[in-house]
Design a protein around this ligand. Structure first.
Ligand code: AMP
Length: 432
C-alpha cells in the first residue's frame, strides 16, 4: 500500500529535531507504514480514521504529531498554551483499559523527553486514588490520556475541563464506540468543542461501528493497512476433544519452550479454574482479570512483561493494545465472543514486525463460532490436531447446520470415520 509519495524516512516526515533525536535513541530506523501514512495528515490538522494491525506503531502515529503541534503552540504562546493555566486540556486521548492508558502515556512521555518539559502529559484511570490524579491535573495539562469513567469523575469535581480540546484521539476506537462505553462516551463528546481534530485508531472497525464514526469525523482521511502478507503472526487452530482442552494446553506449554504464554478465557472465574487445573499438572500460572485490584493488575502485568511470570491467564481486559515485547504466543483457550476481539487478542503477539504465534483450541461446540470468526476476519485456517490428542469424531456440516454439535451421529465412535474434507464435512478430520 506504500505509494511513491509515502515517506520512508523520519526526516521526510518533517518532525521537529527533539522528536527525531528521540526516535534515533529509541532505534526506530524508519516509520512503520501506519506512521508514514498518518503523520503527514495529522500534522495538517485533518480528521482521520485509521485501521492498522495492532502492534503496528499506532501510538507514535498520533503521539508524535500531537506533541509537535502542542510544542509549536506552546512556543508561540498560542491558545493551547493556556491549557496549563486553567484546568484545561489540549490533546485528549481516550482508551478503554487502565493498562493501555498507562502504556500510551508512558510512550508519549518517552517520545517527549527532549521537549524539556514543555508538553505536560497526565494519565488518569479508575481503580486507584483520585486525589493524586487531581493534584497532577492542577493547572491543567497539555495531553491527557484517560479511561472514560474516571475522566467523567474528574470533570464532575472540576479537576479538568474539556472546552479547549484541540485534538481528540480514540484509541481502540471500535471498543470505545461499542455498547459498553456508549453512555460515558456520549457524555464526554457533549463536553468537547465542536471545532477540533478527531483521530480514530483501531485494528478493526466492525460494520455497526462504522456508521457511528461518520458523526464524529469531518471529511476524514481514511487509512487502512490491514495487510496479511506483511504479517509476522502465524495463526493456527487445533481441534481438541471436549474435556481435553486443559490437557492439551498443559502439553503444549510443556512441549514448547515458550518464554511466556498469554492464555485467554472468557470469564474471571475461568481464569482461576484454569490456573488451578494447570497447577495440578505442574504448571504455575498467574491470572489477570477485572476483579483484581489495580495494584495487583499492575504488578502481574509487569512481572509477565519481565518474564518472571511465564503463563498468564487473562480475560479480554488484556486483549486491547497491550504491548508485551516479543510475546511468543497467545492461546485462545476459550474463543472470544466477538470476531473483532479475536484480532485484538492475537495481536498481542507478533508486534512491531516480531515473529508471533496465535493458537486457538476448539472443540466441536466451538466449530460454528470459529467459522464465524474466520468469515468476519476474512481468514481461513487449516484445522490441525495435537499429536497424542487426536480427536474422536467427525463433525459434519449437517450437525453444524442443525446447531446440535453435541448430538453425535449414531454409530460414530472413536476414530470410526475419517473423511477427506470434500466441502461437505467440517474439518474435524485429519489433515492427512
Ligand atoms: P504500538 O502499536 O504503538 O503499541 O507499538 C508497538 C511497538 O512498536 C512498541 O513497542 C513501539 O515502541 C514499537 N515501534 C513503534 N514505532 C516503531 C518504529 N518506527 N520502529 C521500530 N519500533 C517501533
Amino acid at each position: 500500500m506504500t505509494t511513491s509519495t509515502t515517506p520512508t524516512t523520519f526526516s521526510e516526515l518533517a518532525l521537529i529535531q527533539p522528536l527525531e533525536a528521540r526516535l534515533i535513541e529509541l532505534e526506530y530506523k524508519q516509520p512503520t507504514p501506519i506512521q508514514a501514512h498518518v503523520i503527514p495528515s495529522v500534522l495538517k490538522g485533518k480528521d482521520l480514521i485509521a485501521g492498522a494491525n495492532t502492534g503496528s506503531g499506532k501510538t507514535a502515529a498520533f503521539a508524535l504529531p500531537l506533541l509537535q503541534d502542542l510544542f509549536a503552540q506552546k512556543s508561540k504562546g498560542g491558545k493551547a498554551s493556556q491549557g496549563s493555566r486553567g484546568n484545561y486540556v489540549s490533546g485528549l486521548i481516550l482508551v478503554p483499559t487502565r493498562e493501555l492508558a498507562k502504556q500510551v502515556s508512558d510512550s508519549i512521555k518517552s517520545y517527549a523527553v527532549h521537549l524539556n518539559g514543555a508538553v505536560k502529559t497526565v494519565c488518569v484511570f479508575g481503580g486507584v486514588s483520585v486525589n493524586t490524579q487531581m493534584l497532577a491535573l492542577r493547572g491543567g495539562t497539555d495531553i491527557l490520556v484517560a479511561t472514560p469513567g474516571r475522566l467523567l469523575d474528574l470533570i464532575s469535581s472540576n479537576a479538568i475541563k474539556l472546552d479547549r480540546v484541540r485534538t481528540l484521539v480514540l484509541d481502540e476506537a471500535d471498543r470505545m464506540l461499542s455498547l459498553g462505553f456508549t453512555e460515558e462516551l456520549s457524555q464526554l463528546l457533549a463536553l468537547l468543542p465542536k471545532q477540533k481534530q478527531t483521530l480514530l485508531f483501531s485494528a478493526t472497525f466492525p460494520e455497526q461501528v462504522q456508521s457511528l464514526t461518520q458523526n464524529l469525523l469531518n471529511d476524514p482521511v481514511e487509512v487502512q493497512l490491514q495487510s496479511d502478507d506483511a504479517s509476522t503472526l502465524v495463526q493456527r487452530v487445533f481441534n481438541v476433544n471436549k474435556g481435553e482442552k486443559t490437557a492439551v494446553l498443559a502439553h503444549l506449554i510443556k512441549q514448547n519452550d515458550w518464554r511466556q504464554a498469554l492464555v485467554f478465557v472468557n470469564a474471571k472465574n475461568s481464569c482461576e479454574h484454569l490456573a488451578d487445573k494447570l497447577y495440578k499438572r505442574g504448571i504455575e500460572a498467574e491470572v489477570f482479570h477485572g476483579d483484581k485490584g489495580q495494584g495487583s493488575r499492575t504488578r502481574i502485568l509487569d512481572a509477565f512483561k519481565s518474564g518472571e511470570i511465564e503463563v498468564l491467564i487473562a480475560t479480554d481486559i488484556a486483549a486491547r493494545g497491550l504491548d508485551i515485547e516479543k510475546l511468543p504466543v497467545v492461546i485462545n483457550f476459550d474463543l472470544p465472543r466477538s470476531p473483532s476481539d479475536y484480532m485484538h487478542r492475537i495481536g498481542r503477539s507478533g508486534r512491531a514486525g516480531e515473529v508471533g504465534l496465535a493458537l486457538s483450541l476448539i472443540d466441536y461446540e466451538d466449530l460454528h463460532h470459529f467459522k464465524v470468526i474466520e468469515k468476519k476476519n476474512k481468514i481461513r485456517l487449516e484445522r490441525e490436531e495435537v499429536a497424542g490428542f487426536e480427536v474422536d469424531d467427525v463433525v459434519t456440516e449437517e450437525m453444524l447446520a442443525a446447531n446440535k454439535p453435541s448430538a453425535k451421529p449414531a454409530g460414530l465412535g472413536k476414530k470410526k470415520r475419517k473423511k477427506k474434507d470434500n466441502g461437505n464435512s467440517d474439518v474435524w478430520l485429519k489433515n492427512s
